[in-house]
Design a protein around this ligand. Sequence first.
Ligand code: FMN
Length: 366
Amino acid sequence: MNPYEPYKFKNGVIMRNHFALAPMTTYSSNDDLTLSDEEENYYHLRSKNIGMVITAAAAVSKNAQAFDHQISVRDERYYDSMKRLRKAIKSGGALSVLQIHHGGRMNVPNMYPNQDIVAPSAVKADREYTITPRALKTSEVYDTIDDFVNASKLAMKAGFDGVEIHGANTYLLQQFFSPHSNQRDDEFGGNLQKRMFFAKKIVEGILQAKEELNKPNFIVGYRFSPEELENPGITINDTLQFVDVLADYPIDYLHVSLGKFNQTPIRDEKDREPLATKLLRMIDGRLPLMGVGGISTKEDVEAASELGYDLLSVGMVALADPDVVLKFQLDERPNNVFTHKTLPEPLYTRLHRYGSRLVGYHFEEE
Ligand SMILES: Cc1cc2nc3c(=O)[nH]c(=O)nc-3n(C[C@H](O)[C@H](O)[C@H](O)COP(=O)(O)O)c2cc1C
């Protein structure tokens, strides 16, 4: 594929090239969890030549809130904020895709009074800052599915081109799929099929909402992480079976979350076949696969395209250079300096914590 040419989804929607802005949390909402002016500017600047902008993870309910100053999309009170977000993205001509999210047991504790940290089971994550969550009752699991569907309906009404279901990076959907965090004995837990049930209900609910609101062109994407290090934990074979199920739904794309686009399995170091190759073989052209992870030069773009990804998303490099796709196209080096001018202040500050992922990048003050 030539990533600089337009891409046509099966539903007919056209993306002006094959690049998406990776979803990136900005920690920068207003105190009332609406979009701040700084965030509006962040999206406006990055929507000019990229094909699609996937927003920062947006919380679908009060107990979905995972980070400090994460935008909310939990009810009508956030509708105007959502419209501003959509407009900021459309101002540059990119497709606007809202990432819908629930943090589950990964939510940062003590963010607000009476915080209710919930998860499939009362099992603490192996991360220092986390606490043991409260297991959701079966009826609450159904309410949470409704929260994802309602947020998607709001997105449809607010004029977004689509939603991306955040099923990756250890958050709630992944927690339902993982044998580490899901030890339920109702219909949402048990064997692999049952651990897929939560995600399937959300996908089906959103597809039904598209019909109800007569939005046949509304894009539905699904993001997942292929493996977990925990034992027991998600294996690539679990994921391949899950992807096989997802690829049979009339959704629009799958987005694998990887630190490096050509990564090989982390659970079996002897296996040298890239995860992308395994996933593409299973998907077998049923849906486009979006790849991500360290795509920061024109050569990376070529290597990722050769690997077979249909779509590519760019994260860190687009934080440093809002015009990165144009730079790739013109064969120019993207900027590698983070500046206050193009990043919301809390994100700029937070980036200092990203450790090894900052290799090759600099801060304005340095
Ligand atoms: C500051 C920052 C915030 C992120 N927030 C999200 C998020 O909200 N949702 C998500 O799915 N991934 C999130 N990610 C992961 C990115 O989408 C992407 O997968 C990752 O950065 C690897 O791509 P890159 O090497 O191009 O940066 C975040 C990454 C960064 C650097």
